[in-house]
Design a protein around this ligand. Structure first.
Ligand code: CU
Length: 167
């Protein structure tokens, strides 16, 4: 009687390592990304992060998208007639060699028409577009984010009453 068993070549083919899938280097580093937790049913939220441009070429963030949001806009705050208002901007500059903080009261990514309520413990996928066409994929955890602090340059009274005296 002859044995007809043959080696399982298929298995060794399936075990071939996947090569050539090296990650592309991103020109902008993203740190401390977070999406503001909001009450159930809220229609909007905002995303914040620190963007660092380690290169020698000025870049800019020019757009973004997320499966969570029907619309994502780049926003800034500006003082208008003594009132701090947020407004849409076309781009957030990312100067060469600098870090730009997207934070409450300043630059932020505004997310409208939420598909679901972002709850603490979840994370939100964001795709950011740079002015050179490059895209950055960001996973931003949902966190409680404090509202913006009162701008201290508007007057010393608020700051003096809310900060312990250091001198
Ligand atoms: Cu906004």
């Amino acid at each position: 009687m002859r044995r007809t068993a043959r080696p399982l070549f298929l298995l060794s083919l399936l075990a071939l390592p996947l090569v050539g899938a090296a990650a592309e280097a991103q020109s902008i580093a993203v740190e401390d990304a977070r999406v503001r937790a909001v009450p159930p049913g809220a229609a909007t939220t905002a995303a914040f992060m620190t963007l660092t441009n380690p290169g020698e070429t000025d870049r800019a963030l020019v757009g973004g998208a997320s499966p969570l949001a029907g619309t994502l806009e780049l926003h800034n705050h500006a003082m208008v007639d003594g009132v701090m208002r947020m407004r849409r901007v076309e781009a957030i500059p990312l100067p060469a060699g600098e870090s730009v903080h997207l934070a409450p009261g300043g630059w932020h990514l505004m997310m409208f028409d939420l598909a679901a309520t972002p709850a603490e413990g979840e994370s939100v996928a964001l795709t950011l577009t740079l002015d050179n066409g490059e895209t950055l994929n960001v996973e931003a955890p949902v966190r409680r984010v404090q509202p913006m602090a009162m701008p201290s340059e508007a007057g010393g009274a608020h700051e003096a009453s809310s900060m312990p005296s250091a001198h």
